[in-house]
Design a protein around this ligand. Sequence first.
Ligand code: FAD
Length: 382
Amino acid sequence: MNNLNCDVLIVGAGVAGLCAAIAAARNKLDTILIEKESEIGYKIKGECIEKKSPIFEKIFGKGLPKDVILNELTGRRIYSPSAKKFMEMEHSELMVAIDYRLFMIEIFKELSKTNCRVFLNTKFLNIIEENKKVVGATCIKDNEEFDIKAKFIIAADGNESKIGNELNIIQPEIYYSLKFNYENLTVPNPNNIELHLITDPPGAMWIFPKGPSSGETGITVWTHELPDNFDILELWRKKSMENDRMRGIIKEAKSYYISRDFLNFGGPIKNIFGNGVAFVGDAGGHVGAIGASGIISCMSTGFDVAEFVANALLTEGEITEGMVEEFKRKYKKSQIQKYLKKEQSAGKMLRNVLFKSFKTEEIIDENWEKLETMVVSQSGDF
Ligand SMILES: Cc1cc2nc3c(=O)[nH]c(=O)nc-3n(C[C@H](O)[C@H](O)[C@H](O)COP(=O)(O)OP(=O)(O)OC[C@H]3O[C@@H](n4cnc5c(N)ncnc54)[C@H](O)[C@@H]3O)c2cc1C
């Protein structure tokens, strides 16, 4: 593989990277998108999103494509760890369960209308710096290393960003998770999301129905204090079997997809811009810090940052510190940043309180009404 040059190199073809690539390439920047996997959407991520968002208009020119929508989710129930108590809420915005892989194909269709060059099976290895400015990346494809020189790099390489790591960026806060996609579930209410809080370790199990007998389930832990031999699959087996309701839901179910992953719960990192590089999506912590909802916010930040980069490069030929500061100042006031910031402080506060009360199931049940008031007042999503 020969060395390459471009205006913008985007690393990672998740929702953030794809949307960044669309924005850059639509603005006629010479754009390269690289993805280490052999497939777009290889790892199935979030499948429960709001039905309406301005980013869908920007990407698809209309709303969310109908064929990706599997189910409408109008409300949610949160159960206490003893399962004796629950709180029930309606979503302020209609949520839908989607088919993630179809969704990724729909986004990719939009990208394929542009001149963006897409390289699969191509892994970012390390950055190339000149005078402390990022000017490119060394990559590997088919066991062959090559360089891609770029005027700007957008790091959309997800949790544990290798680019962030190399540049000593403080990474967003992530927790272990495990996700299953199932058929043959016994879903009590196909229009309700269910969250089941757990103790020891603190965390939650969830069910996102895709219909009366299909859906996503999973588990996450909200602590890093775990034994060396911690195995999230073992924890799922134990907790789902101990919980009568969850056991009933999955007893006949067959899983066709399982993935160990991380959920991003910390909110946005302090500075998403470095010299010649920006971090978007999970890599920038652009995820709601209460419920780890990241699809829409990762798409939006990917798109908006790439659009800023395109405007700057097209008008001035470079991206100066002043331009970055101006963008950050304006972006702070955007709807998506306000949402991320609100979630960041509310998420921190909620988990602080939960961890204090999480000591025993009895304490949680005793304080359930207080928790309910707090959850309802803090956010539409939990
Ligand atoms: C189990 C689970 C459930 C979730 N549920 C929801 C939900 O219901 N609703 C919601 O809104 N959000 C949910 N989220 C969060 C949401 O899915 C993520 O925030 C979002 O998908 C992140 O998108 P991204 O593009 O930033 O990162 P990713 O999708 O992780 O994409 C990063 C890409 O970079 C590639 N990459 C990494 N390293 C390299 C490298 N060195 N070289 C080249 N490529 C590289 C990866 O292969 C990957 O394709 C969930 C997340 C998980 C894990």
